[in-house]
Design a protein around this ligand. Structure first.
Ligand code: 5GP
Length: 205
């Protein structure tokens, strides 16, 4: 069985990563990794769908037993990717999508060298400010904090394989979708998987 691929999407807060992921999950048959967070739910967010909302104690307990593939502190809250769900999906041949921050992505790079890293850029800093403001969930102080963090995140672009500018959601989602399709067409890196593929043809003689 050829293992699934791991796609990691990062980008500044408010850039529209969530909307892009949402569009692609069903369309590309991806498994979305639901993260755990100690952040409080925003209006409309569902436990188990957007995040698993947990207490700091629960988070630490999972962290201590090495239950996260990666975790990071982002804007004062903890976020972590549950390890088991992902490894099960990948082992069963399913492609998995992670929406995580740059610290998390850089940590995933250390352990998963065949993961594909995609960065979502805003059309401009002014547009990013407008989008975060329109969400109506940030104070002026936290808006400025998120914008400085955005510039820091963008400065890590060289660690990624692809970058997509989210000016128009449909276009950006189609471009990320094209990356996923292209990666699915790659000749497998593992010689065992290539042999398996070739053997399917040999079996047909
Ligand atoms: P938000 O609170 O706006 O939903 O997310 C804040 C940031 O945390 C976003 O950049 C998001 O990609 C990131 N994030 C969400 N889940 C995880 C995770 O499991 N690990 C890491 N490292 N970052 C995450």
């Amino acid at each position: 069985m050829v293992k699934g691929r791991l796609f990691v999407i990062s980008g500044p807060s408010g850039v529209g990563k969530g909307a892009i992921c949402h569009k692609l999950i069903a369309e590309k048959g991806l498994k979305f990794s639901v993260s755990m967070t100690t952040r409080k739910p925003r209006a409309g967010e569902k436990h188990g769908e957007d995040y698993y909302f947990v207490s700091k104690e629960e988070f630490n307990e999972i962290r201590n037993r090495n239950g996260f593939l990666e975790f990071a502190e982002v804007y004062g809250n903890f976020y972590g990717t549950p390890r088991l769900e992902i490894s099960e999906a990948l082992e069963s041949g399913r492609d998995v999508l992670l929406d995580i921050d740059t610290q998390g992505a850089l940590n995933v790079q250390k352990t998963c060298d065949d993961a594909v890293f995609i960065f979502i850029l805003p059309p401009s800093t002014a547009e990013l400010r407008r989008r975060i403001k329109d969400r109506g969930t940030e104070t002026e102080e936290s808006l400025n904090r998120r914008l400085s963090a955005a510039i820091h995140e963008i400065s890590l672009l060289a660690h990624y394989d692809y970058c997509v500018v989210n000016d128009d959601l449909d276009v950006a989602a189609a471009q990320v979708g094209a990356v996923i399709e292209a990666e699915r067409l790659r000749v497998p890196k593992d010689t065992k998987d290539v042999t398996e593929l070739i053997d399917q043809y040999k079996g047909g003689i």
